[in-house]
Design a protein around this ligand. Structure first.
Ligand SMILES: [Zn+2]
Ligand SMILES: [Zn+2]
Length: 196
């Protein structure tokens, strides 16, 4: 099957992408809200991908970017392409500068943690650590005067062990996608046809 096959369904049922340094290469990590979903997606789809055929495309559109990924599969009936439109972030920019043409693809989980779940130096989504929040149950506002955080909350990312190596990574502008079958297929389905 060609990686441009228009019959392969698109998958976007995940929450975002993390970019992490881990074991030499940078890791591109689609994040799932729970471990079961991540494991299922790996077992049904990613496991069957041939590493050398995996393509990742990034297409920037203003403050957001499209993450697009596809591969040839040894089990074509379960193959899916992956896409998500995401806000640009410092992690994304760091990946863009630092990937050197290769990355590990892993899946991960993204789970919410509260004050009772973490150590004193864990960082809240407000940017301040747990120690700088009120103590005790039901009271956990941030103690920094200028901060309006009322409740300690943080996201924890866990990476699954299994990985694939990706060496076909491209950053494209929207004007360039017509020369790229995978990116063109994605924009055709999710942007251009929907506009009509
Ligand atoms: Zn704060
Ligand atoms: Zn806070």
């Amino acid at each position: 099957m060609l990686p441009s096959d228009p019959l392969i369904p698109w998958f976007d049922n995940f929450v975002g992408i993390a970019y992490r340094y881990f074991e030499i290469r940078m890791n591109v990590v689609p994040l799932f809200s729970d471990l079961k979903k991540a494991q299922n997606f790996w077992r049904e789809t990613v496991h069957w991908w041939n590493d050398h055929s995996i393509k990742i495309r990034f297409v920037e559109t203003g403050d957001t970017y499209w993450f697009i990924m596809g591969a040839e599969s040894r089990q074509a009936k379960n193959n899916r392409y992956v896409f998500k439109v995401l806000p640009k972030s410092p992690h994304y920019e760091r990946f863009k500068k630092g990937h050197e043409g290769g990355a590990y693809l892993r899946l991960g989980t993204h789970t919410k943690k509260f004050k009772k779940d973490v150590k004193d130096d864990a960082k809240c989504n407000c940017g301040h650590i747990k120690f700088d929040h009120e103590e005790g149950d039901g009271n956990d506002a941030c103690l920094y005067e200028e901060c309006d955080c009322r409740k300690f909350e943080t996201f924890q990312v866990n990476l699954l062990k299994k990985k694939k190596t990706v060496t076909n990574i491209k950053f494209l502008t929207e004007a360039e996608i017509k020369d790229d079958v995978l990116a063109w297929n994605c924009f055709s389905v999710h942007k251009y046809t929907k506009r009509e």
